[in-house]
Design a protein around this ligand. Structure first.
Ligand code: DC
Length: 230
């Protein structure tokens, strides 16, 4: 008899709060966490470092298949490594996000990264964060959430994060960047950012993080998903 490992997918645009919710949920349940966006960010960074153009589809696919990456869990969170080097900060810039969105639109890249994402399914369970977790990567997931928020609210959240980090940013420019990235992610031909037909859609525009987490936990418990972290 095989025991099914529970998978909870949370998809949505950047700034919807899904990264925070996924990490809190994974901690609460004692599950593993897959940050699939980090894979695309790492690929964009690797391409830049190896001098590969972001529209060189063949070279990007080869790079994706051989990407030397590691996620190390430490007391201070997850350290992301590219070819042995800690690049946790480098992959979080606005430019790295824009690069990730470009390489993520390449079908051969998505194919190459599919298997790498599926190996994260390990007992006692997985919380998967991304854009196509519920539609393409884990179509049989037991719980699928699509977390959304208005572009203005998402840009404002990002603005606060960047100001807190001491960076100088322009809110109007951020709203435009958010809209441009949304447009690219939602209209691309492969794995566009859309809710799975069986996903529960939550609009977090006027919700606090705790409210969103409680809503997700309620859905998880209603589906009888076991928790190990309590
Ligand atoms: O979640 P994030 O901001 O780290 O994602 C960066 C980019 O990667 C985002 O613009 C779209 C892309 N992405 C994707 O296409 N599919 C995923 N499963 C995760 C991210």
């Amino acid at each position: 008899m095989t025991i099914e490992v529970p998978v909870i997918t949370i998809d949505g645009p950047s700034g919807s709060g899904k990264g925070t919710i996924c990490q809190l949920l994974a901690k609460h349940l004692g599950y593993h966490y897959l940050d699939s966006g980090a894979l695309y960010r790492l690929l964009g960074l690797a391409a830049r470092r190896h001098g590969i153009a972001l529209d060189d589809v063949e070279a990007l696919a080869v790079l994706a298949a051989h990407l030397d990456i590691a996620f190390d869990t430490t007391d201070k969170g997850v350290k992301v490594r590219l070819e042995g080097e800690d690049v946790s900060r480098d992959i979080r810039t606005e430019d790295a996000g824009a690069d990730a969105s470009k390489v993520a639109a390449v079908p051969a890249v998505r194919d190459a990264l599919l298997h790498r994402q599926r190996v994260f399914v390990q007992a006692p369970g997985l919380v998967a964060d991304g854009r196509d977790m519920g539609t393409v990567v884990f179509p049989l997931a037991q719980v699928k959430i699509f977390l959304d928020a208005s572009p203005e609210v998402r840009a404002e959240r990002r603005y606060k994060q960047l100001i807190d980090k001491g960076e100088s940013v322009n809110l109007a420019a951020l709203v435009e960047q958010v809209r441009a990235r949304d447009e690219r992610d939602r209209t691309r031909e492969v794995s566009p950012l859309v809710p799975a037909h069986d996903a529960v859609v939550i609009d977090s525009s006027s919700m606090a993080i705790e409210e969103v987490l409680n809503s997700v936990l309620l859905i998880v418990s209603q589906r009888g998903i076991p928790a190990w972290g309590l």
